[in-house]
Design a protein around this ligand. Sequence first.
Ligand SMILES: [Zn+2]
Length: 77
Amino acid sequence: MKPPICCICDKRLDYSDEGGLIYFEKRSSDKKWDKRMEKKGMVGHPPYAEWFCKEHYEKANELKDLAIHEAMKQLKS
Ligand SMILES: [Zn+2]
């Protein structure tokens, strides 16, 4: 897992109530990543998951049905 730092504003999440990790809709490449990691018995930071601080968590959570690159485009605009 990546350290808990908001991917929008680079704010460090020091407490668990300050936002959290959001898993977005998996793209086909993300499903492949899951399979690859499972095969190797490895745990890593999923390419379809990102950390969000309290300020950005709510909006990101509304967009989690989108693939991560689509959601990020909207969140950063
Ligand atoms: Zn943020």
